[in-house]
Structures are given as structure tokens and as C-alpha cells.
Design a protein around this ligand. Structure first.
Ligand code: HEC
Ligand code: HEC
Length: 475
């Protein structure tokens, strides 16, 4: 006999059932999640066992306990076992203690100990909800800077989704295969396994295709997986049919190798910049390559401050201007660490479709370093021109807010030295870092970096010339 809601009244399973009992409403709380109502139907119908199906109450320990209390056999593991498996940190601890290989990770962690625990697990890592499941409530943290905010977010989500704010940490694998092993356990502690399924083809953490036998598992690994699955089921005191899920690490060892499959095609602009297929082309640095908070490196922070002043985003004293709000609204620069980190991680995941994560991260960091080098040159050039305004040698154009070069007013730079500075910023600095990010070092060096060096030399010479020319008039 089966139960159904109004929306399911034509579902095929009802044709197979000898009896069909209606539930009054479609809302899950009124129907498939309503324990007293389901038990009442079972009692009236004279059922002696309950099969919970999947989803809804299928893994709910309270439902299993309520069935037992009502004298109905629950077809599945007992309530205590369901509770044990529902607490992911506890399940991890038990199977690890039974010698099943688990990824480096922790039990539930407090806010005080989370940094130390994370350092021990190693980055990148995942924050997972103790009460979680079904791929929900998982957060990837690439580096220590992102940990605090991700923990806060993960706790809030875990509380909202599972009513339990506890979290634990686990090592992240960049490109794992998902291989699961079916087990059957009787009530006497006898457990067998039925081989593996490869569920690596997923969408939004949900399986799309299952393949068996797995193309990634050889007979020796199959034997080890089966043995580990049986041991995990025994460690949890499992009964009935169950699945033990494994991750197979496929990422090669850390190192400099691009580690891409020989057969992949090279990416297009859209692969990296429009992964969602819309026009929200967002990058960590943006095309201005400035960011807040400022970099930790003192010299670089000072250089970025100078550039932000020349963009009119900070005033010559270093305070935010009205243009700061415009930049914020136009979303052309990342103005918080989280925002920057999010875009960087997104890009890394794109690279990781074809390259190892280690390789991709090192490549993107080369781009960051190139911005730092370019900023050294540009900041010096800006200060040379700013000093000319300050010393009254160059006349500030009327529409500049401050006696400071305004790099956003590039179209009407009035003198050759200002023109040089604008081109240095707008063309050569961008080529320097974009060429590096686009894995085109020759372009970055020849048409970016060396042009910046040349422009700086010329700006120095022009400034000296202007100062010399100015002197006689002073006397
Ligand atoms: C392999 C991935 C990849 C491909 C392909 C790629 N880019 Fe990029 N691009 C990047 C990365 C990485 C950055 C720097 C991101 C950052 O700011 O951290 C970048 C930065 C940029 C920037 C400057 C930042 C911005 O937000 O404006 C522009 C413009 C740009 N790319 C345009 C293009 C165009 C046009 C193409 C195609 C001809 C292209 N890219 C192809 C990875 C790629
Ligand atoms: C769709 C697959 C794909 C993606 C995504 C991708 N790449 Fe590549 N990458 C390739 C291929 C293919 C090559 C080899 C191209 C060639 O040989 O002409 C390559 C080459 C490279 C190289 C040159 C390596 C060498 O052998 O010298 C670098 C550096 C690189 N990629 C970095 C990146 C970074 C950084 C990202 C992310 C921003 C990225 N790639 C994203 C497929 C990809």
C-alpha cells in the first residue's frame, strides 16, 4: 500500500500498489513529513512494516524511532544508527577509528580553535556542516585570509538548513572521482558489498550518470574499496541496504607541471570570462587592477595608494572621494577582501577544469606579482607629475579636482608629459598584467613592461626639462 498527495495522484507507483491512501495537502509538512499522520494511516490500514522511500523522512531517526514505538518495522537502519550517520563528524570519527581511510579533517570545531585546526588540515579545505548532507552547506576555503568569514557564513547556513550550527573541516581534493560502494547488512552484524558505482558525472553536487564498474578502479583497488566499505558499515553498526561514498584523488602531486589532459582544447575568452554565459565579466583585479584592502606589502600598498589618488578615488590626503562611490556602483574594482577572493577562487576553478590547481594558482600569482612591479613604475611617474603641479611648474587643468594627475580624464591631457603618463597607465600597465594573466609573457614584457620603463625614463627627463625651463622665470 502507498500514500500520495494531490499532486502525485497520477504517479505510476500508485498503479503498482494494492491500496493507495491520500494525504490531504501537497505541503511536505502536511504530508510526506508529517510523522503522526503517516503512522495513523499505517495503523488504520493494518500495515506491519514501513518502507520510507527516499528523501523526506527516509534517513530521519525520529521517524525510525516512532515506527518502532508504534509496533511497525522500519525498513532501514535503526534510529540510533541513522542518528550516528546523520552526525557527519561522529561518523567520520567512528569509521576512521575502524581503520577506514578518511581525508585529513577535524571533529566539530569552535571559533577559537578553527585557525589552528585549519592550519593542521592544510589549505585548500572544505567547511562542512556536522548536520549536513546531500552536497549542501559546503564551503571551499583557499587560504587563511578567507577562513573567518567563510566560517561565519557556513555556521549561519548550517543553522538555517539543518538547525545545527556545528561545522568541521576537511581537506579539499581538486578533481576527485566519486566512487560509491553498495553494502547490505543483516541484523546479526553480517555485512557484504556489491561492488562499486562511479558517480563522478555530477551537476550541482547531484549525480547525473552512474557507471559500473568504474573506469578508474582496477581489481586491486576494488578489493580495497569493498573491504573499507564493509568495515565502515560495521563500525557504524549499520543494518539494511546502504551506500558508502569514497573520493578518489586524481590530482597529480604538487609541482610545476601544467598537468592538462593531452586532448583538451585551448580555452576561449568565454571559457574564462563568461563561465555562466552572461555578460557579468568580473575578475579579481578588474581592468583598473586596484583593490581594497591594500596589499600587505608596504611598498606595494603605498604605490597602490598613489594610483588610487591618480584615479581620483582617494584624495591627495588618502581619504575616499565622491568618485569612490561611483567606482563602487559601477563595480569596476573589488573593494573587499572577500569579493576579491571569491573572484580569484572562481577563476581557479575554471583553470582547474584543465590544469592542476597548484599550477593554476602559481600562474595567477605571477600575474599579481606583475601588477606589483608595474605599480612601482607607474606610482613613481605619477609622483613626478604630481610634484610638478605642487611646485607650480605644471598648471592644474580647471576640471581636475586636485592638483594631482587625473588618470580618468585621459582624453584631454594637456601636455606631452601628462599624455605619456596616461598612456603608461591606460595601455602599457594593462598590457603588462593582462599579458601575464593570459600566459603571454613575451607580450607582457615587450609591449607592456619595457614600454613602461621607457615611459618612466622619458617622464623623468621631461620633468627635469620643465623644471630647468621654469627656473629663469622664478628669478
Ligand atoms: C585561460 C583563461 C583566460 C582566457 C582564455 C582569457 N582570459 Fe582574460 N583574464 C584571465 C585572467 C586570469 C585575468 C586576470 C584576472 C584577475 O584579475 O585576477 C584576465 C584578465 C582580463 C582582462 C582585464 C581584467 C578585466 O576584468 O577587465 C581583460 C580585459 C581580459 N582578460 C580580456 C580577455 C579577452 C578579450 C579574452 C579573449 C581574447 C580573454 N581575456 C581570454 C583569464 C583568461
Ligand atoms: C579548457 C581547458 C583550459 C582551461 C580552462 C585553461 N587552460 Fe591553460 N592550457 C590549456 C591548453 C590546451 C594549453 C596548451 C595550449 C597550447 O599548447 O597551445 C594550455 C596552456 C597553458 C599555459 C602554458 C603552459 C605551458 O605548457 O607552457 C599556461 C600558463 C596556462 N595554460 C594557464 C592557465 C590558467 C592560469 C588558466 C585559468 C585562468 C587556464 N590555463 C585555463 C587548456 C586550458
Amino acid at each position: 500500500m502507498a500514500v500520495y498527495t494531490p499532486a502525485d495522484r497520477d504517479a505510476p507507483y500508485l498503479r503498482l500498489a494494492a491500496e493507495a491512501h491520500p494525504l490531504p495537502a501537497d505541503a511536505p509538512a502536511e504530508s510526506y513529513l508529517n510523522i503522526p499522520r503517516l503512522l495513523e494511516i499505517a495503523r488504520r490500514a493494518g500495515a506491519d512494516a514501513v518502507h520510507p522511500g527516499y528523501g523526506f523522512l527516509a534517513e530521519n531517526p525520529e521517524f525510525a524511532a516512532a515506527c518502532a514505538e508504534a509496533g511497525l518495522r522500519f525498513i532501514g537502519p535503526p534510529a540510533a544508527v541513522l542518528a550516528r550517520c546523520g552526525d557527519k563528524a561522529e561518523a567520520r570519527r567512528r569509521v576512521a577509528a575502524a581503520g577506514v581511510p578518511v581525508l585529513p579533517g577535524t571533529g566539530p570545531v569552535t571559533d577559537e580553535e578553527v585557525e589552528r585546526a585549519a592550519a593542521a588540515v592544510g589549505y585548500p579545505l572544505l567547511i562542512k556542516a556536522v548536520g549536513g548532507g546531500g552536497g549542501k552547506g559546503i564551503h571551499l576555503v583557499e587560504r587563511p585570509e578567507g577562513l573567518r568569514s567563510a566560517v561565519r557564513l557556513a555556521r549561519g547556513e548550517a543553522q538555517a538548513a539543518f538547525g545545527d550550527p556545528r561545522i568541521y573541516l576537511e581537506r579539499w581534493l581538486p578533481r576527485p572521482r566519486h566512487v560509491e560502494v553498495q553494502v547490505l547488512a543483516d541484523r546479526e552484524g553480517r555485512v557484504i558489498h556489491l561492488g562499486e558505482r562511479d558517480c563522478s558525472i555530477q551537476r550541482r553536487h547531484q549525480k547525473v550518470i552512474e557507471e559500473t564498474p568504474s573506469p578508474a578502479v582496477d581489481p586491486a583497488l576494488r578489493a580495497r574499496l569493498g573491504e573499507a566499505a564493509v568495515r565502515a558499515a560495521q563500525a557504524l553498526g549499520y543494518e539494511n541496504a546502504g551506500t558508502v561514498e569514497f573520493l578518489l584523488d586524481t590530482d597529480p602531486a604538487p609541482g610545476g607541471s601544467p598537468a592538462r589532459p593531452e586532448t583538451v582544447a585551448a580555452p576561449t575568452c568565454q571559457t574564462c570570462h563568461m563561465p555562466e554565459g552572461d555578460h557579468a565579466v568580473r575578475t579579481a583585479w578588474g581592468f583598473l587592477a586596484v583593490r581594497l584592502p591594500l596589499p600587505e606589502d608596504k611598498q606595494w600598498a603605498a604605490d597602490q595608494t598613489t594610483i588610487l589618488q591618480a584615479l581620483g578615488v582617494l584624495d591627495p590626503e588618502g581619504k575616499p572621494t565622491a568618485r569612490f562611490d561611483l567606482v563602487k556602483q559601477a563595480d569596476v574594482a573589488r573593494l573587499t577582501q572577500e569579493d576579491w577572493q571569491k573572484e580569484r577562487e572562481r577563476m581557479l576553478r575554471i583553470c582547474n577544469q584543465c590544469h592542476s590547481l597548484h599550477f593554476a594558482r602559481a600562474e595567477l600569482e605571477k600575474g599579481d606579482q606583475m601588477i606589483r612591479e608595474a605599480d612601482r613604475l607607474l606610482a613613481e611617474a605619477i609622483r613626478i607629475v604630481a610634484d610638478l603641479y605642487k611646485d607650480g611648474i605644471l598648471k592644474k587643468p580647471a576640471h581636475y579636482a586636485y592638483p594631482f594627475p587625473d588618470l580618468l580624464a585621459f582624453h584631454d591631457a594637456p601636455t606631452p608629459i601628462e599624455q605619456k603618463l596616461f598612456v603608461m597607465h591606460l595601455e602599457h600597465r594593462m598590457r603588462t598584467f593582462q599579458g601575464t594573466f593570459h600566459a603571454n609573457p613575451d607580450y607582457a614584457l615587450w609591449y607592456g613592461w619595457s614600454e613602461m620603463k621607457r615611459a618612466l625614463t622619458e617622464i623623468r627627463a621631461m620633468a627635469e626639462e620643465l623644471r630647468r625651463a621654469h627656473q629663469p622665470r622664478k628669478r
